[in-house]
Design a protein around this ligand. Structure first.
Ligand code: PEP
Length: 277
């Protein structure tokens, strides 16, 4: 499958890509997903923004086919931590390779509902890496941790737990981090742009200490949590943030059009600032 790498160019003029990722969660069906994907592609055409849609597993083939030649990529919402075997109902990275180029790892809904630990998330990340999938690793604190002033500690621990097992094997592995405070997911509440940017700084400092092969400042950091076309501007105004992981709003064509349009302005400004065409 066509796969755009997210690693910035290897010369000195490294510009991180601007990414808008749409997590459809448990919505759409095989007969409706292709139409939604096509409508989003039509409404967000002609942009520098890296756009990735994450439909449910059963809709991956339809979305892949609908997006062929359109410049958007397809991702899965999860993968299993083993490469294959007696795991009824599970999906491996190797299976996904034929259908998708991206995968979400460690989404808070899975940490909550499937009791995914940092250790499991780390094993999934390694499988994604082996399968050649670009990962979005999700991290973020619960409301109690934030109120206790422990948000940064939690995010650091999540990164350490997930990345320590892959740091030495991450050669060539493309990944982005999504900072998604759990209290902001699906609630209509958002972090402030300044808060999310501060956490992006913590994330890059932690990545630098963990030492995967890619330089910490090359890793895109996205914000996620109730992003809409009305709120995206606050996050994209922060140079430390490189886009958004969008849940509910990614099912609405007009919302996606607005979010990608705002992201496109930022992508163009960043390229202009670097003197890139
Ligand atoms: C998400 O699912 O990652 C998410 C951020 O959802 P929402 O935008 O609906 O809060």
């Amino acid at each position: 499958m066509a796969h755009t790498r997210i690693s910035p160019r290897r010369d000195n003029r490294s510009v991180r890509p601007v990414i808008v990722a749409g997590n459809w969660k448990m919505n759409t069906t095989p007969s409706s997903a292709g139409d939604l994907a096509r409508a989003i592609a039509d409404a967000t055409d002609g942009t520098d923004v890296q756009r990735v849609l994450f439909p449910p597993y059963v809709c991956l083939a339809q979305v892949r086919d609908a997006l062929r030649g359109r410049g958007l990529e397809v991702g899965a919402q999860n993968l299993h931590e083993e490469a294959g075997g007696a795991y009824t109902g599970e999906i491996s990275g190797q299976m996904l390779r034929e259908l998708a180029t991206w995968v979400i790892v460690g989404h808070s809904e899975r940490r909550r509902d499937q009791a995914e630990t940092d250790e499991i998330v780390g094993r999934k990340l390694r499988r994604a890496c082996e399968a050649g999938l670009t990962s979005i690793l999700c991290v973020g604190e619960l409301l109690e941790a934030r109120q206790a002033g422990k948000a940064e500690q939690v995010v650091e621990a999540q990164l350490r737990g997930a990345l320590s097992g892959v740091a030495d094997r991450a050669e060539g592995h493309d990944f982005a981090i999504a900072y998604e405070p759990v209290w902001a997911i699906g609630t209509g509440e958002t972090a402030t742009g300044a808060d999310a940017a501060r956490m992006a700084g913590v994330i890059r400092a932690t990545l630098a200490r963990l030492g995967p092969d890619r330089r910490a400042d090359e890793v895109p950091v996205l914000y996620g949590g109730s992003v809409t076309s009305a709120s995206i501007g606050e996050f994209l105004a922060e140079p430390a943030l490189d886009g958004a992981l969008v849940g509910g709003a990614s099912l609405k064509v007009d919302e996606m059009a607005g979010i990608v349009a705002a992201a496109g302005l930022v992508a163009a400004a960043r390229r202009g600032a670097e003197g890139l065409s």
